[in-house]
Design a protein around this ligand. Structure first.
Ligand code: B1M
Length: 233
C-alpha cells in the first residue's frame, strides 16, 4: 500500500464528505460506494448522504463543466460515480413505509439525456409513498401519451436540463390540451434551466426547484384534487 493512500474509514465525517467531493470529481465509483456505506454505517440518513455528499459534490462538477474546466468524458465518469452512490441509497429512501399517496409517470424530454435529477426525484417520490413509472430519457410526446394511457397516473413529471430541450415540455402539454386530456393530470416540471415563470408560461401545474419541492408539491396537488373531487360528489 502506498504511504499516502487515503483510508476512507479513518476520516471524520467532514473530511470524508470533502473526500467524496474529490472522488466524485475524479469519477471514482468504488470510492463513492465505499464512502456512502461508511456514512450510512455512521448513522447518516440516506437523505443527508444524498443531498450533502452526492448532490453537493455534483454541484462542483457542474460548476467546472460550465466554466470549461471539465469536459463531457470526465462529467460522464462523475455521473456514473454519483449513480453508484444513488443505487445504494435508492432502496433505503423507498423503505419509509409511507402509505401509497399517488402515482407519477416521469421522463426526461426528447433530445435530452440528462437523468440524474430525474432519478433523484423518482427516488424521493417513491420514498414519500408515490408509485413511480420512469420512462427514462429522450422521450417523444408519443411515449408520454402511451404511458399516461396505460399507467393512468395522477401526475405527469417532465425533466429537462438544456435550454434547447425545455421548450419540448410545452409540446407535450399542448398535445394533452389538443386531445382534451390536459385536466386529467397534474403536470409537474423541473430541471436546472427552468423557473416558475417558465412553468406557468407553458401551462404546467407547477415548477419544482428540486426533489424535495417535487415531493411537497406532488402531495399538495394530489390532496387538493382529492378534496375537489370529494366536494364535487
Ligand atoms: Co450536460 N449540461 N450536457 N451532461 N450537464 C448541463 C445541463 C449544463 C448546464 C452544463 C454547463 O454548461 N454548465 C449544459 C446546459 C447548458 C444549457 O442548456 N444552457 C450542459 C450541456 C451543454 C451538455 C451537452 C450539450 C454537452 C456537449 O455534448 N457538448 C450534452 C447534451 C447531451 C444531451 O442531453 N443531448 C451534455 C451531456 C452531459 C453528460 C452526458 C456528460 C452528463 C449527463 C449524465 C447523466 O445525466 N446521466 C451531463 C451532466 C452531468 C451535466 C451537469 C454537470 C450536471 C447535471 C446534474 O446531474 N445535476 C449539468 C450542469 C448543471 O446542471 N449545473 C450539465 C445534478 C442533479 C441532481 O441536478 O439535474 O438540476 P438537476 O436536478 C434537480 C432539479 O433540477 C430538479 O430536482 C433535481 C434534484 O434536486 N429536477 C426536477 C430535475 N428534473 C426534475 C423533474 C421534476 C421535478 C424536479 O419533475 C417533476
Amino acid at each position: 500500500m502506498a504511504d499516502d493512500e487515503i483510508i476512507l474509514s479513518e476520516l471524520d465525517d467532514e473530511e470524508l464528505v470533502a473526500q467524496m467531493f474529490d472522488d466524485l470529481y475524479d469519477g471514482l465509483k468504488e470510492e463513492i460506494e465505499e464512502a456512502t456505506h461508511i456514512l450510512l454505517d455512521r448513522g447518516w440518513t440516506p437523505y443527508d448522504v444524498l443531498t450533502k455528499a452526492l448532490v453537493g459534490g455534483m454541484k462542483v462538477v457542474g460548476d467546472d463543466f460550465r466554466d470549461g474546466i471539465l469536459f463531457v468524458p470526465e462529467v460522464l465518469l462523475a455521473a456514473n460515480a454519483m449513480k453508484a452512490g444513488m443505487t445504494i441509497l435508492k432502496p433505503l429512501l423507498a423503505e419509509t413505509g409511507a402509505p401509497r399517496v399517488g402515482k407519477m409517470v416521469i421522463g426526461t424530454v426528447k433530445g435530452d439525456i440528462h437523468d440524474i435529477g430525474k432519478n433523484l426525484v423518482s427516488m424521493m417520490m417513491e420514498g414519500a409513498g408515490f408509485e413511480v413509472v420512469d420512462l427514462g430519457i429522450n422521450n417523444a410526446v408519443e411515449k408520454y401519451l402511451d404511458a399516461l394511457e396505460t399507467e393512468k397516473p395522477d401526475i405527469l413529471g417532465m425533466s429537462a436540463l438544456l435550454t434547447t430541450t425545455m421548450p419540448y415540455m410545452k409540446v407535450v402539454i399542448d398535445t394533452l390540451k389538443e386531445k382534451g386530456i390536459r385536466e386529467d393530470y397534474i403536470v409537474l416540471v423541473g430541471g436546472a434551466p427552468l423557473n416558475e415563470e417558465f412553468g406557468r408560461a407553458i401551462g404546467a401545474d407547477a415548477y419544482c426547484r428540486d426533489a424535495a419541492v417535487a415531493v411537497e408539491t406532488a402531495k399538495a396537488q394530489v390532496a387538493r384534487r382529492h378534496n375537489v373531487g370529494a366536494g364535487a360528489r
